[in-house]
Design a protein around this ligand. Structure first.
Ligand code: UDX
Length: 445
């Protein structure tokens, strides 16, 4: 089938390449000529495992093309995916200007039936706004063409996006038109594994499903982070508690890992946007507000622990940080806990020596050259002359370090593990003080 994707960002590229992979003819459109040039010369503007190779093979097979020509894009695909950004406005609501701009572009150029598919995470009610926009533009052109607007939210995890798309838990399709539903069913048929993953529903329920999923996951994390602080206070070990509660299948083991807060492009933004949508309709979403507030505070927990350890004075200290991206296997630093920690350390007069397997360039882009930031070439180099080590992102390569080597390099032998990924007793056996999240039992005496 012929598919057009507007927006060659994270969601657009993954959607485009995966639809091409199963044999569709995909044209990706972006207004940024630099991005399109890069893609057309074999480059990929984002880091996502497996994406480069898949883009290359599908380009070579002629199933995947990139262009800035929006008109050609509208002519090409029966399916017109909208996968552009919805950055938060200052008040936390999602900014729909890019989504609606694509809707206008499609309406300006279409001259036969088109299905507009909302892939961007958009507030409930956006599909109606997209329909209104298309209708207005068509009317101004004196055209009365048939079209449909479908909500088809993505559930891609950064670092595992290709797999999530190719082997989805669910494919949510919101449409009120049974014929369109059948077309979407055919498009997504190759992605069903042992059973049909397609969930058909009305447009608004589909739009809300996306927010509900992310808000639920964020709630689980904030709940555990809250519990970890209580565990610290009462002298319990949150990791024991985690295993204890996860064994109940109603609770489950997933997404109950305590840490130094969640980040990324989805959870923080979506929790705020849903809370905002509710408030705009006169409903105070007290739980969502708390989820956000707990996460905000949790991002400061590592800093508090470091500051307290050094008696409240961090001026002139150097803190090594392992992990800058908001989670492993991505260079994405949006709302990353590392940023809150680094900025707090700088405000307190400390220096940072950081190492991340892939986010070094992104850190440079965000913070530029500064005297109080050194980006190390490897994990051990980040420790040289540092007063303490803070582990902020749970990259696998940090999980079993050489504690003797750490001890030899640090000026003060102390590790602050913001993700509870290190072996505390082993660290202690090597003569290090080991401070983690919610494990008072592993606190220094
Ligand atoms: C998330 C959703 O998982 C995905 O379904 C949705 O489409 C987009 O948002 P993503 O933001 O890529 O995906 O990351 P995810 O793996 O969910 O992690 C989010 C954050 O939560 C990370 O900062 C991670 O470190 C943190 N986290 C996750 C915890 O602190 N504890 C956990 O138990 C799990």
């Amino acid at each position: 089938m012929d598919v057009t994707i507007f927006g060659s960002g994270y969601v657009g590229l993954v959607t485009g390449v995966c639809l091409a992979e199963v044999g569709n003819n995909v044209l990706c459109i972006d207004i940024d000529p630099k991005k399109i040039d890069l893609l057309n010369s074999g480059g990929v503007p984002i880091y996502e495992p497996g994406l480069d190779e898949m883009i290359q093979s599908n380009r070579e097979a002629g199933r995947l093309r990139f262009s800035t020509d929006a008109k050609a894009g509208v002519e090409h695909g029966l399916f017109q995916f909208i996968a552009v950004g919805t950055p938060p406005d200052e008040d936390g609501s999602a900014d729909l200007q890019y989504v609606l701009a694509v809707a206008r572009t499609i309406a300006e150029h279409m001259d036969e039936y088109r299905i507009l598919v909302d892939k961007s995470t958009v507030p409930v009610g956006t599909a109606d706004k997209v329909s209104d926009t298309v209708r207005e533009v068509l009317a101004s052109r004196g055209h009365e063409l048939e079209f449909d607007v479908v909500s088809n939210p993505e559930f891609l995890k950064e670092g595992a996006a290709i797999d999530d798309f190719m082997r989805p838990d669910r494919i949510v399709v919101g449409t009120d038109n049974p014929r369109t539903a059948e077309l979407l069913r055919a498009l997504y048929a190759p992605f069903n594994r042992s059973h049909d993953r397609l969930m058909l529903m009305d447009v608004r329920s589909a739009e809300l499903t996306k927010y509900a999923a992310n808000a639920m996951l964020a709630t689980k994390i904030s709940f555990m982070n809250e519990l970890s602080n209580i565990a610290d206070a009462v002298g319990a070990d949150i990791e024991k508690v985690r295993v204890g509660i996860g064994s109940d299948p109603r609770i489950g083991y997933q997404f109950i890992y305590p840490g130094c807060g969640y980040g990324g492009s989805c959870f923080p933004k979506d929790v705020r946007a849903l809370e905002h949508t509710a408030r705009a309709l006169g409903y105070e979403a007290a739980l969502l507000q708390a989820v956000e507030a707990v996460n905000f505070r949790q991002k400061e927990v590592l800093f508090s622990k470091i500051r307290d350890y050094f008696g409240g004075d961090l001026a002139g200290k150097t803190i090594a940080i392992w992990g800058l991206s908001f989670k492993p296997n991505t260079d994405d630093m949006r709302e990353a806990s590392s940023r809150v920690l680094m900025e707090a350390l700088w405000d307190a007069g400390a220096r940072v020596q950081a190492y991340d397997p892939v986010a070094t360039e992104e850190t440079q882009r965000l913070y530029g050259e500064r005297a109080d930031l050194t980006l190390a070439a490897d994990a051990l180099a980040a420790l040289d002359g540092a007063d303490a080590l803070a582990v902020v992102t749970e990259w696998s390569q940090f999980r079993s370090p050489n504690f003797d080597a750490i001890r030899a390099r640090l000026r003060t032998p102390v590790i602050f593990d913001g993700r509870n990924i290190l072996d505390g007793p082993l660290a202690r056996a090597a003569g290090l003080t080991y401070v983690s999240i919610g494990r008072a039992t592993l606190m220094p005496a």
